[in-house]
Ligand binder design. Sequence first.
Ligand code: ADP
Length: 498
Amino acid sequence: MPKPDSIRSDSIKTVEQLTAIVNSVPTAIIVIDRRGSIVLVNRQAERLFGYSGSELLGEMVDVLIPFTFRAGHPALRKRFMENPTTRPMGAGRDLYGLRKDGNEFPVEIGLNPISTEEGTFVVSAIVDITDRKRLETRFRATIESAPVAMVMIDQTGTMLLVNAETERLFGYARLELLGQKIEALIPQRFHADHPGMRAHFFTVPEARRMGAGRDLFGRRKDGTEIPLEIGLNPMRTDEGQFVLAAIVDISERKQAEADLRQSNEALERSNIELQRFAYVASNDLQTPMRNIASFVNLLQTTYADRLDTQGKDWIRRTVESINALQTLVKDLLNYSRIDSQQHAFERVALEEVFTHAVSLLQSQIEESGARITCDRLPVVNGDRSQLAQLLLNLIGNGIKYRGDQAPVMHLALKRDPGGNSVFMLEDNGLGISKKYYQQIFEPFKRLHTQKEYPGTGVGLAVCRRVVQRHGGKIWVESEPGRGSRFYFTLPVTAEETK
Ligand code: ADP
């Protein structure tokens, strides 16, 4: 059995050299014989454990081991000596050292057996990992307190760290997850693809959202699925490459989206039904109205000589009301037709549409002495007859709501700050006060009485539906007595947008 000092017996010189070398190593080194007795302690080890070398030489190594672990140590040492190999000590266990002052500290220990003529010795390299442990503790505490589920996996997809939120979200206890593959938290149908994707992530590790463009799901312990959003963060450490995944349950958001979609669909359905109803109703009203009109007309012509003044006056008023009703029903029909009787979009030269609308208004133009001009207008993508209706209504209003002077109107092509085409029809008419800017586009909203200016209040509502159907917007800027500017946007074809 070699004695602690027998290592020196070979050659003093060799031992001195050996001691010098061992002392120059920045790691604490302790050499023990097969009984566990300390035969060499370097300076780093003296400093680390707070002993001088002479205090330790010849002592059992157990003095450097905290009391709680000391009892088990001889058995472990014996096992190591039976099959001595170079390896880290205490696989899977946390190791601690004991200082002379009684303080314990976490360590990592590498064991190297050396065989000499005098038997086997074990060289232990001891690293104080207090700082690393402190960082690790802080890291774990941060992960633990995160308000979202966090899971750390290695390249094989094994879960090394999960937080409380992960336990809550997936319904597993932590110990059921640690050491398991991440596939435990993924629905079966994604299992085949996942390892490939994981391998890909490790080849280009960068912080990013997982599953761009795909819906992601997790699988709870009870088998139910949860929609998820997952952020991936690569972590490079001494021990290799890991991924830290931050997992957010988006069930509530998905539910809210689904609810919104449902109520939108319901709204859309009821809108379509309402439009169909308005169309059918106004269409069906036309026939009886025409009948009433023609019978009253018959009364007027055939019975004219048999009616007194009162009777004639009542008939005149009936005719007026029927005319107003017919206009109203016609306008209503026009309004409901915008959605129910639409044509497919085509390339429409707006300048032609403008000329056509002006020609239809020829008699009013002549009567009022109006002057109506336009810039060079582009080709737009749209419904020709609806665009004609739009210009007809806007120009018609410009003539109808004129002031004392003859109407002067110009349709200009402008650009908004974003470079989009905006059309502007400017008139020199009565103008509109700011508080009515929105209202005038509502159906049946009028600013004048039937006596002052006949109308139904549907014209601008039609304009708004037409523009909206073309994906555009319409609005007005005006001031009473200073004319109005009606603006609208339309989808101008690409070759026109320069
Ligand atoms: P209507 O002409 O049948 O009343 P509109 O929907 O076309 O219906 O117009 C709504 C209201 O907006 C009109 O009653 C009028 O008071 C006002 N309005 C429309 N165009 C002009 C305009 N160019 N100048 C002044 N007021 C206008």
